[in-house]
Design a protein around this ligand. Structure first.
Ligand code: SAH
Ligand code: SF4
Ligand code: F3S
Length: 499
């Protein structure tokens, strides 16, 4: 737990974060790396600084983070970012394949890249990420205009391709590990992701991720703490620990370097300057008491837990191979609510898994009703290549899925709106992210509970301010900050109830 003097120092840093991200390697050089995130090696000379790239990212935070690494790496090679594809010599896509919709969206974008390449054959088209991995060499058969394709673990191979003399199309699909050593270009100076593990050892019947991201491999805790320290020195105040199953972290590490996820949280919490720690995604089967207690005991660990339910029926959960049943899930929720009554709980739910009956779907509604999530991502089941669920008989009719989805969204939103009212009348610590999207006269930020707040009053992106919450909907809070108010001191220990 951070000490009191640490908190005072953090508060003193409130005004501005002053330090821009380190964007270029000095001297610029093409980077490669050993297989498991070891030291970077020089691959070749800097490419022409006049070249421009355009990168489109699809999918989850993992991909967003990989894209930050791609951008950092390209800029260290001398590329600049173009505003549109037609201005770029290098057109890149970091792809997702989690649901069919993701594939379809990509197809349209690739069509545009094909047209641009036919107008200017010197353009280089690159496709990275999970879709690319799941298609492997078929990418080149179906999309012959693609020059380079690579999976999520081979971001650094892009540099190798760009600095080589190769004129033939290349595919890189071996699992090789982390991008943690690559330069990074963050979207915001004060927030950062830290990838703590890659891959997933679960076998959820519907999910393509294990085949696109491989077996789970954890990064050593010492390396992660060093990264957190570097980020803090660079002005980062909030980190999100990333992994497909973050709370199974560390089990594969050698005994000399063993650390559990709860221990890792404590190590990052001790890093001076990191005021907020978030993580995504945990798996309910691994949500142990030590992790739940870390939220109560560690000052920087935020009051938000994402606990993916997927389905409320134990039979469906078994068919999904989730390895917990409704009872065990609800026990976890009870423990969380016991230790952390105020914590925000969010979830993922799939509607219309093959064979889901009306009665089974009603069990999902019951759980959503009972838990009263602060928000939920709801998905219609989508059959994915190389998953066992794609082969299951009795798919639920499209209309039925749609109708169930509407009923689920109604319950989730109603309960979230009700639960949100607990924030009204409270003065909450908000990390300012920028201007409100709908109203430029207001600011937008996030509470530790991960609720978006639109508010009036002073504040700059990257600052912590106190906001008096005046109203709440299912998704957002609204309020005002007072110019005369003292700076917000990070940590729930000092959150105050308004009288
Ligand atoms: N590793 C994370 C997230 C994986 S993908 C976890 O286990 O929580 C994010 C979400 O997409 C999943 O939680 C699931 O709800 C949804 N999802 C995955 N595959 C899907 C599919 N084939 N159809 C519909 N939703 C799916
Ligand atoms: Fe997919 Fe399941 Fe792994 Fe999440 S835990 S990534 S849903 S296989
Ligand atoms: Fe993420 Fe999509 Fe891959 S959700 S892990 S980018 S399939």
């Amino acid at each position: 737990m951070g000490c009191h003097c640490g908190r005072a120092r953090r508060a003193a840093r409130r005004i501005g974060n002053g330090r821009g991200p380190c964007r270029l390697l000095s001297p610029p050089a093409a980077l490669g790396a050993d297989a498991r995130g070891g030291a970077a090696t020089i691959l070749g000379p800097m490419a022409s600084p006049s070249k421009a790239y355009h990168l489109t990212t699809f999918g989850c935070q993992m991909n967003e983070h990989d894209s930050e690494r791609m951008k950092g790496m390209l800029e260290s090679l001398g590329y600049g970012e173009a505003d549109s594809r037609d201005q770029a010599e290098l057109i890149l896509f970091n792809t997702c394949s989690i649901r069919e919709k993701a594939d379809n969206r990509l197809a349209g974008h690739l069509g545009e890249a094909k047209r641009l390449k036919s107008e200017d054959p010197d353009k280089v088209i690159g496709v990275g990420g999970c879709w690319s991995q799941s298609m492997k060499e078929r990418v080149f058969e179906q999309f012959p205009f693609v020059d380079v394709a690579f999976g999520p673990g081979q971001v650094h191979r892009l540099a190798e391709f760009l600095t080589s003399d190769s004129i033939t199309a290349q595919g890189y699909f071996e699992f090789e590990g982390f991008t943690g050593h690559l330069p990074m270009r963050r979207a915001r100076d004060f927030q950062a992701w830290i990838q703590i593990s890659v891959g997933c050892n679960c076998k959820c019947a519907y999910c393509i991720v294990p085949s696109t991201r491989g077996r789970e491999v954890s990064r050593p805790a010492a390396e992660l703490v060093a990264e957190a320290r570097r980020l803090a020195a660079d002005g980062v105040r909030e980190v999100t620990l990333l992994g497909q199953n973050v709370n199974s972290y560390g089990r594969d590490l050698p005994s000399s370097a063993k650390a559990s996820f709860a221990e890792l949280l404590a190590m990052v919490d001790a890093v001076e300057g990191i005021d907020r720690i978030r993580y995504t995604s945990p798996h309910p089967k691994d949500m142990r008491e030590d992790v739940i207690r870390a939220h109560a005991e560690l000052e920087s660990v935020c009051e938000h837990i994402h606990l993916p339910l997927q389905a409320g029926s134990s039979r469906v959960l078994k068919a999904m191979r989730r390895t917990y049943d409704r009872g065990r899930y609800m026990d976890r929720v009870a423990m969380i609510r016991d230790v952390l009554p105020d914590v925000a709980l969010t979830t993922d739910i799939i509607v219309g898994f093959p064979g889901e009956t009306e009665a089974e779907f009603c069990e999902t509604l019951e759980v959503a009703e009972q838990v009263a999530y602060d928000s939920a991502f709801t998905f219609v089941f989508s059959p994915r290549r190389e998953t066992t669920a794609a082969e299951l008989a009795d798919p639920v009719a499209h209309d039925v899925k749609r109708e169930r989805m509407q009923r689920l969204v109604e319950v989730v939103q109603r309960r979230a709106a009700e639960r949100s009212q607990r924030f009204v009348g409270r003065r909450m610590e908000v990390l300012v992210e920028g201007r409100s999207r709908n109203d430029p006269d207001r600011l937008r930020g996030r509470t530790r509970h991960n609720k978006t707040v639109n508010f009036t009053g002073p504040g700059e992106a990257g600052e912590m301010v106190w906001v008096d919450i005046e109203s709440a909907t299912s998704t957002t809070l609204a309020g005002h900050a007072d110019a005369a108010d003292e700076p917000a001191i990070p940590g729930r220990l000092v959150e105050r109830q308004l009288t």
